[in-house]
Design a protein around this ligand. Sequence first.
Ligand SMILES: C[S@@+](CC[C@H](N)C(=O)[O-])C[C@H]1O[C@@H](n2cnc3c(N)ncnc32)[C@H](O)[C@@H]1O
Length: 501
Amino acid sequence: MKNKLLTDRAALFLGDAAHVDAVLAPNSVDAIVTDPPAGIGFMGREWDSDKGGRDAWVAWLADVMRKALHVLKPGGHALVWALPRTSHWTATALEDAGFEIRDVVLHLFGTGFPKSLDVSQAIDKQRGNMDEVRLVTGWIAEMRDLAGLTNTRIDAAFGLNGMAGHWTTQGAQPEVPHAAHWPKLLELLGVDELPETIRETTERLVAEKGKPGPNWFRRAITGHHETASPGQRWKARHGHRANLSNSARRDEPATEAALEWAGWGTALKPAAEHWILCRKPLVGTVASNVQQWRTGALNVSACRIPHADPRDLAESKSRNPGRAEPVTSAVYGTSRPQQRIDEAGRWPANVTLDEVAAELLDAQVPGSGASRFFYVAKSSKTERNVGCDHLPARVTNIADVPGSKGANSPRAGANRSGAAQNHHPTVKSIALMRWLCRLITPPGGTVLDLFAGSGSTGVAALAEGFEFVGIERDSDYVEIANARLRHELGPEAEIAHLYMG
Ligand SMILES: C[S@@+](CC[C@H](N)C(=O)[O-])C[C@H]1O[C@@H](n2cnc3c(N)ncnc32)[C@H](O)[C@@H]1O
């Protein structure tokens, strides 16, 4: 942890969150609101890369959160972002670190894009050469046994998890290893070269790997989905041969089996993110802890859901049709301070909505969305870039990341195309972050974000009147966060650069 940018009310550290206890005093922070890397290799980014599997990832986050627990006041709450698919890892890490899990706040959004396998297409893509594949996997199994190896040892030698099972099975999912794996595999098996009996078959299967079988080319293409790129859609509409990706093309099954499984997929449309709500153990009772430390409880009354006039949502839409409002939702809009908190509204729920989700709910059951749950505008490009005019604009280049559906990903947010000063790929909505900070931070308290990114938590915390400490290990993001915080604090804000040993 080297560089610290400091203002009266905000500090930004450039460094590794695992050293938080070296720069902050024990029991000095009132609340933690943070959005850690999910460990799923999001958009191919190194900071979000797999840390070596489940156990290593959980151990890594637990270590950071253990240090964070140390600097948090007794009874202090943390809200930690998680992807539903791996939120049990996040929750396990928080428990291992010493937090008590209290709840999960579900934030619903309406814009996610399903990453689903089309089972019918997958069936028609199969090469139907399983007997040949099993010939090869049978030979590998035989050599494995002769060499006194196990699948676990083969997996370990390659740093893989379970692949050796596919390479050696006579069962349902046999796989011929990739060309790149063969030299090392032969060495492990103690074989100089492939025997004549399987050489030709193996070489052909390796060359065909990943290429669709003949039935694939018999599927009739009948059109395209909305997900096709605009250029390919134009071509298809105008009778040119469009180069449609598999997921973008509409086609018809070519075989009985593919027909039987038409309409089957493997994933739901993602429409929720988790914010795991946890608490550092109290000293004594809630009553004594809040009086001694000012932490241990939730600010229910400040987070009540005002009795929203459904017209507010419509009004917010019509002011800015088709786009998210830049600052806050109509309900919590700064232009309506009289509506902010004082009139008793609904008890805050462990569900929040973005405005698309609110509209979808209201369309199905009037009054079920915006008036019942806290709802927020999605983070817009304008909101993300406030205060960053002087910084160079850069593109968050999703197209360059192989296999990424990032452009459609709710984590990535909307408006991903084009250069922006704030080019962080996972910027959170300020309105949501304000509500989360307000829920768990006592008035005048300090909010810590261990993975500050472009500083959305900081902007929100300062807007709510709290102090803020952010840690971020990428200097470009620290610069963006610094600009956004500075803008929030106003031109008179003093910003010093401190170097820490
Ligand atoms: C999901 S992003 C947070 C985005 C943020 N909520 C925003 O609105 O901009 C996670 C951030 O954690 C940072 N990061 C990853 N590992 C870190 C570590 N060990 N210490 C500090 N920051 C880290 C990444 O550089 C990335 O910017």
